[in-house]
Design a binder for this molecule. Structure first.
Ligand code: NAP
Length: 270
C-alpha cells in the first residue's frame, strides 16, 4: 500500500499554490503523506472522481476552476453548500468512506477578520463571481450592517444580496464607496493580467480594514493605496492559507502547525 495523499484538481493547474502549502505543513508535522497536482479537464471530471472514490489512499482534493460547480453532481452535500454558496472547493472522505463536498473559502476568508467588530457597520464588496459568493455568505453570518456590492454587472450583485439575505445595494464599479468599516476586493481586478482596480478610498471610515483576496501580485495597488491612507490591510494569502487549513484538517485529521505562518507566507510570496 502506498502513502496517503490528497490533490488539487483544475484545468489549468500548474499555477496552483496549494501543493506548496499542504506539503509545507505535512513536512512540519512529520506526516508521511503527499499532496499532488492533478490536471483534470472538464470532460474527465466524472472519471477522475470515480477512480479516486475506490482508492483507499486518496484523502480528498481541493477543487479549482473550472470544476467548482460541476463537482457538486458527484459527491454528497451534508452542509447544503449547493443551496448556499453554490460551489464546492474541497472534496473529502466521511468516516464511512463516502465522498462529500464542502466550501472552505468562506471560513478561510473570515478567519483573519473574525476579531473585528463589524456588527451593524457598513461593508463594501467588489465583485459578484464565485469568490464573492463565499465572501457574501460569510458576511451574511456576521451581523454586518448594509453591504454595498460594486460590480461590472450590478444586476448580478443584486441577485447575490438577495441570495444571502443581505441588506444593502448593488452599484456599478465607478460608484462612490460608502463610509464602510470593511472593504473587500473579491473581483479579479488588480490581479496579474487583469485590468487595474481604480477606487477612491477617501469615503471609507478612518478605522476601516481593506482586504484584497487577490494574491497575485501579493501587494496589490489597492493595498498600497489603503496603506497610504493609513488603513489596516489584509492580503490574499491570508484567505488562501485559511481555506487550505480547513481542508488540511479534513484530509489528514490534524490541524496545521501554528508557529510557522511567516515562513509559509515568505515561501508563497516567492
Ligand atoms: P470569477 O468567478 O470569474 O469572478 C470574477 C469577478 O471579477 C466578477 O465579479 C467579474 O465581474 C469581475 N471581473 C472580471 N474581469 C473583469 C473586468 N475586465 N472588468 C470588470 N470586472 C471584471 O472569479 P473568482 O473565482 O470569483 O475569483 C476572483 C479573484 O479572487 C481572483 O483574483 C482569484 O484569484 C481570487 N481568489 C482568491 C482566493 C484566496 O484564497 N485568496 C480564493 C478564491 C479566489 P462580472 O460579474 O461582471 O463578470
Amino acid at each position: 500500500m502506498s502513502a496517503p495523499y490528497a490533490e488539487v484538481i483544475g484545468d489549468p493547474i500548474s499555477h496552483s499554490k496549494s501543493p506548496t502549502i499542504h506539503k509545507f505543513w505535512l513536512d512540519r508535522l512529520g506526516i508521511a503523506a503527499d499532496y499532488r497536482r492533478a490536471h483534470v479537464k472538464p470532460e474527465a471530471l466524472a472519471d477522475y472522481i470515480e477512480s479516486r472514490r475506490s482508492d483507499p489512499d486518496w484523502r480528498g482534493c481541493n477543487v479549482t476552476i473550472p470544476h467548482k460547480i460541476a463537482v457538486m453532481h458527484h459527491v454528497a452535500d451534508p452542509g447544503a453548500v449547493r443551496a448556499s454558496i453554490g460551489a464546492m472547493n474541497t472534496v473529502a472522505r466521511a468516516e464511512d468512506g463516502a465522498l462529500f463536498g464542502t466550501n472552505t473559502d468562506a471560513g478561510g476568508f473570515f478567519a483573519p477578520i473574525a476579531g473585528l467588530d463589524l456588527e451593524g457597520r457598513p461593508v463594501a464588496v467588489i465583485g459578484a463571481g464565485g469568490a464573492a459568493r463565499a465572501v457574501l455568505f460569510a458576511l451574511s453570518k456576521a451581523n454586518v450592517g448594509p453591504v454595498t456590492v460594486l460590480n461590472r454587472s450590478p444586476l448580478k450583485a443584486m441577485g447575490l444580496l438577495a441570495t444571502f439575505g443581505l441588506q444593502g445595494s448593488a452599484r456599478p464599479l465607478d460608484a462612490r464607496l460608502p463610509e464602510a468599516a470593511l472593504l473587500v476586493n473579491a473581483s479579479a481586478l488588480g490581479m496579474t493580467g487583469q485590468p487595474p482596480l481604480d477606487l477612491d478610498l477617501s469615503p471609507l471610515a478612518d478605522d476601516a480594514v481593506v482586504y484584497d483576496i487577490v494574491y497575485s501580485p501579493l501587494e496589490t495597488a489597492l493595498l498600497r493605496a489603503a496603506d497610504a491612507r493609513g488603513l489596516a490591510t489584509v492580503d490574499g494569502l491570508e484567505m488562501l492559507i485559511g481555506q487550505a487549513a480547513i481542508a488540511f484538517s479534513l484530509f489528514f485529521g490534524a490541524a496545521p502547525p501554528e508557529d510557522c505562518e511567516d515562513e509559509l507566507k515568505a515561501l508563497l510570496a516567492q
